[in-house]
Ligand binder design. Structure first.
Ligand code: NCD
Length: 304
């Protein structure tokens, strides 16, 4: 059996991304044709870290395909508290579910779990500060719909580039296209770690600390919050909070066609007044998140 998992953005080939996007577009325009597609199938939703959007978008995606959802609720009340290893938990979940979305605070947990599975597809819904590949699908679908392409774009990443796993995953996909260029906008304390510069021509990356200066010629501005739960020193996280604040006056300096994305939740990095600007795409992005997760679940289950 060919069991596919989606643990890192590069686990799908470009052709497979295109298949998923084609499916997602069809679901977007003809959602009624999909209401019964996964009747009888079960998604296990295992979240060992707080989540609002990602968890409910996975669950809504499965329900909208006619499937069902099981979850362990609060991990504090699961057998992990009795000393069960997470490997055993997953092997047990595999007896009940066809596909599983897992979020875990430790980097690389899904990577270690995938090899123990024999019949259940595993999707990484975020591992520590490492990766968040389904947010990347969400971001890419939003960029495709708002910019009409994933190529030849100037993308600004603003905020916490050290711990922001959504940034790491989106960058690792977008850098594959040599026509894309990047502007990194962060306080030095949370600069993008060196490992993400690998395979990236330095001429394609600029570091600009000032958002006012950086915003002028961007096609996409990807805002993020300070990931305070990942800081060793909570005082440092408090100090960095508020480093960047996108408001109406900054937006005036940007292209009229720029797309503002944010994986959400926002804290104080985007003023409410920006929500009314047609360039603000973050709520549409949350909607695309559910659609593209429907496409991914369908793709993985139907290609077993
Ligand atoms: C992101 C995450 O969990 O990494 N949120 C999300 O999945 N939409 C970003 C964040 O928490 O800041």
């Amino acid at each position: 059996m060919n069991l596919m998992h989606f643990i890192e953005p590069r686990d799908l080939t470009i052709d497979q991304y295109n298949d998923v996007f084609r499916l997602a577009d069809d679901i977007f325009y003809h959602s009624q044709s999909y209401v019964d597609r996964l009747r009888g199938k079960i998604l296990a939703s295992l979240f060992f870290e707080p989540s609002t959007r990602t968890r409910i978008s996975f669950e809504a995606a499965m329900l909208r395909l006619g499937g069902s959802v099981i979850s362990i609720g609060d991990p504090k009340f699961s057998s992990l508290m009795k000393g069960e290893t997470i490997d055993d938990t997953l092997r047990m979940v595999e007896c009940y579910a066809d596909i599983c979305a897992i979020r875990h605070p430790e980097n690389f947990t899904p990577h270690k779990l995938a090899p123990v599975l024999t019949s259940m597809n595993l999707i990484n819904a975020g591992d520590g500060s490492n990766a968040h590949p389904t947010q990347t699908l969400t971001d890419l679908m939003t960029i495709r719909h708002t910019q009409g392409t994933l190529e030849g774009l100037k993308v600004g990443f603003c905020g916490d580039l050290k711990y922001g796993r959504t940034v790491h995953s989106l960058l690792s996909f977008m850098k594959e296209n040599s026509d894309n260029t990047f502007v990194l906008i962060s306080p030095p304390e949370v600069d993008l770690p060196q490992e993400y510069f690998k395979d990236l021509d330095p001429r394609r990356v600029e570091v600009i600390r000032d958002l006012d200066e950086a915003i002028c010629d961007l096609d996409v501005l990807y805002m993020t919050r300070i990931q305070r739960e990942r800081f060793e020193d909570p005082e440092e996280a408090r100090r960095l909070r508020g480093s960047y604040h996108l408001d109406w006056s900054k937006l005036q300096k940007a292209k009229s066609t720029m797309s503002v994305l944010h994986p959400l939740p926002r804290v104080d990095e985007i003023a409410k007044e920006v929500d009314r600007d047609p360039r603000a795409q973050y709520f549409k992005q949350a909607h695309f998140g559910m659609i593209v997760r429907m496409a991914l679940i369908l793709y993985l289950l139907e290609n077993k």
